[in-house]
Design a protein around this ligand. Structure first.
Ligand code: PMP
Length: 431
């Protein structure tokens, strides 16, 4: 039964049973309307209420300042690998256009001959356009590869590649002093928690901290696997995105928290015709932040049912933790500590994959070296023993192997305790 299982899968992840039970009812007959939530129009009043309430609760839980917009999108974290590039490159060029007009003393609202503008812009794009990526694991690597595919590798700057400081493998965060940031890039992108490699950046990078000046970096973070698990200084970011399916809700919606200064009217984004002439990619309209923001996330059909599930999770979190995300952070830290402590206690039986100061609280990756017959056999027996106790979803990502315990919000303290106990018991067993 559901009660007998603690599921440590990396995503989709466990959802609170009470939320699923409420959602199951809503799926059949929402609030006695005789229709289920997946059947109601996304433009109905009740849908709008669910959407707005979920936005408000998310902003409340994370203390998202008023000068940020929350968007619900589709296409997952992977979709955002592309969307961030399309949108922020456009913002970069649009701002550059403003600068050029200013330099040429063109009054606001007045245009200059297109060929003059194009020549200046093309020069800026060719010589200066960069997107910066900090590569600390397979997801930030993928995002950087997508950027190279869309705008060309010559425009992608790898700030640091964690494999270079760790024998070709992910598992360390390169020292900030070694990061090679571009001058005025369209964004500096990083992944706050690398789900496959078990690496987490523990705080906002010092070198990216804003000073309030015009040249502050545009910082973009993928928080798909650690959002809602620790307090984040939202105001330091230009954009944060995450798929809902790990710490927030069900698969199907992707959340973008974006600074309003990156949206019209603060920036007048460039028209597709101009982008085309500059050889820059034009993103699908459903990936346009401007379009999604203008339509309160209802440009096209959004899965209100998935928004509802996220909303219910947030209501539960707000009820459980009066101090909001700080409360969840304490619990997440406590659970991770328990599991790492059990692993650290038996260095002969387990090898934790990442460096100590890069250890993720969300995805705990380790190898089992317990049996004399080798790692494969050790991991096989470890997993089998775990399954027998109802501890499931522990197999590591197919690309790296090993064991991965995903310690997302829905894993209870008891669940983490059970896993820690099993880790100890297994290590004490026959070799
Ligand atoms: N970023 C991170 C950190 C992830 O863990 C994942 C998926 N596990 C993705 C991006 C990709 O998300 P999606 O599968 O929703 O496209």
């Amino acid at each position: 039964t559901r009660e007998q299982i603690t599921y440590f899968g990396a995503g989709p992840a466990l959802l609170p049973s009470t939320v699923l039970e409420t959602a199951a009812e809503a799926l059949v007959n929402y609030n006695n309307t005789g229709l289920g939530l997946a059947e109601h129009s996304h433009r109905s009043e009740l849908a709008t209420n669910i959407l707005n309430e979920t936005k408000t609760d998310l902003a409340k839980y994370l203390d998202v300042p008023d000068d940020y917009e929350i968007l619900f999108m589709q296409g997952g974290g992977s979709g955002e690998f592309s969307a961030t590039v399309y949108n922020l490159v456009n913002v970069w060029v649009a701002r550059r256009k403003q600068k050029i007009l200013k330099e040429l003393n063109i009054p606001e609202g007045k245009e200059i001959p297109e060929d003059v503008l194009l020549k200046e812009l093309q020069k800026a794009v060719d010589e200066e356009l960069k997107v910066d990526y900090l590569v600390t694991g397979s997801w930030s690597l993928k995002a950087s590869q997508e950027a190279a595919r869309l705008i060309g590798p010559e425009h992608v700057n790898i700030v640091a590649d964690a494999r270079k400081v760790n024998d070709g493998k992910f598992g360390k965060i390169p020292e900030e002093s070694t990061w090679k940031l571009s001058k005025n890039p369209a964004m500096v992108y990083y992944c706050d928690n690398e789900t496959v490699d078990g690496v987490e950046i523990s705080g906002f990078p010092e070198v990216l901290k804003p000073t309030g000046g015009e040249d502050d970096p545009i910082v973009v973070a993928d928080m798909s696997s650690n959002i809602l698990s620790r307090r984040i200084p939202v105001k330091n970011f230009s954009l944060i995105f995450f798929g809902a399916q790990k710490n927030l809700g069900s698969t199907g919606i992707t959340v973008v928290i974006i600074k309003k200064s990156l949206l019209p009217p603060a920036v007048a984004t460039l028209a597709p015709t101009l982008l085309r002439k500059l050889g820059l990619p034009i993103g699908p309209i459903v990936f346009s932040y401007e379009t999604i923001a203008k339509n309160n996330s209802l440009y096209n059909t959004l899965s209100i049912f998935d928004v509802y599930i996220a909303g219910q999770v947030l209501k539960k979190l707000l009820q459980t933790f009066p101090d909001k995300v700080d409360g969840q952070q304490k619990l997440a830290d406590q659970k991770a500590k328990l599991i790492y402590a059990a692993l650290d206690k038996y260095p002969e039986s387990y090898k934790i994959v990442p460096d100590k100061n890069a250890r993720s609280r969300m995805n705990i990756c380790f190898r089992v070296t317990h049996l004399a017959s080798g790692i494969d056999e050790s991991e096989r027996t470890f997993l089998k023993g775990a399954t027998d106790q109802g501890l499931t979803g522990l197999k590591g990502h197919r690309s790296v192997g090993g064991i991965r315990a995903s310690n997302y919000n829905s894993i209870s303290l008891e669940g983490a305790e059970k896993l820690a106990k099993y880790i100890e018991e297994y290590a004490q067993g026959p070799k």
